[in-house]
Ligand binder design. Structure first.
Ligand code: 5GP
Length: 194
């Protein structure tokens, strides 16, 4: 998606540890007009599918998922991160290892909001090692819902997540795939995905 790649080149900041900061339009301040274009593009790419629910993970996925959901005309459910013990029963839960914070946390979704008959599209801001998406996919599987696919705004193609999820047969659509980035030179190379 060219306008997204242009924006990443213009405003993205490459940080140590393979982290791309896009706080000025995606992760802190949010460019809602750009989110609208992102929503339209996901709708176009998943036009052949049936989706009745979007699932994301707090916090940075929520804003994007909400705008995307307007184009699909479906509700958004977000998995909550929690450290509460003994929460089994009324929720689906799994463990996720955080790429940016380097620790493991539990994510939960209430059984009230996900279940058999749901056709779920996962939405998230970044894909790195794939732990967040794998966790969301596990919740969908446990609930008996159908996983339609996953829409990612920025995939870091030099990390394992994309290959891993595609090899598991998950339909993955990433709007910008970063193949490499150089912290010192400040340069980003995108995969030609269109
Ligand atoms: P994964 O679980 O695929 O390793 O990492 C995905 C999650 O980590 C995303 O939900 C995102 O919040 C965060 N993340 C991973 N890499 C980056 C990055 O380079 N920049 C930012 N801003 N977040 C990232």
């Amino acid at each position: 998606m060219q306008i997204l790649k242009d924006r990443i080149r213009k405003d993205g900041k490459i940080k140590a540890g393979n982290v791309l900061k896009v706080d000025s339009f995606l992760n802190h301040q949010m460019d809602i007009k750009l989110f609208g274009e992102i929503g339209k593009e996901f709708k176009r790419r998943f036009a052949d599918t049936e989706v009745n629910k979007i699932l994301t993970i707090e916090a940075s996925g929520i804003g994007i998922a909400c705008i995307v959901a307007q184009y699909f005309d479906v509700p958004v459910v977000f998995a909550k991160k929690t450290q509460t013990k003994n929460i089994a029963g009324e929720v689906y839960t799994t463990k996720v290892e955080s790429f940016t914070h380097g620790r493991v946390y539990d994510i939960i979704v209430s059984k009230e909001f996900l279940g058999k008959g749901d056709k779920v599209l996962l939405i998230d801001d970044f894909l790195a090692n794939g732990k967040a998406l794998e966790g969301l996919a596990a919740l969908v599987r446990d609930s008996g819902a159908e996983l339609v696919g996953a829409g990612i705004v920025i995939e870091k193609g030099f990390q394992v997540g994309g290959d891993l999820l595609r090899s598991e047969g998950i339909r993955l659509e990433s709007l910008a795939i970063v193949d490499s980035m150089d912290e010192e030179a400040g340069t980003i190379v995108f995969r030609d995905d269109e």
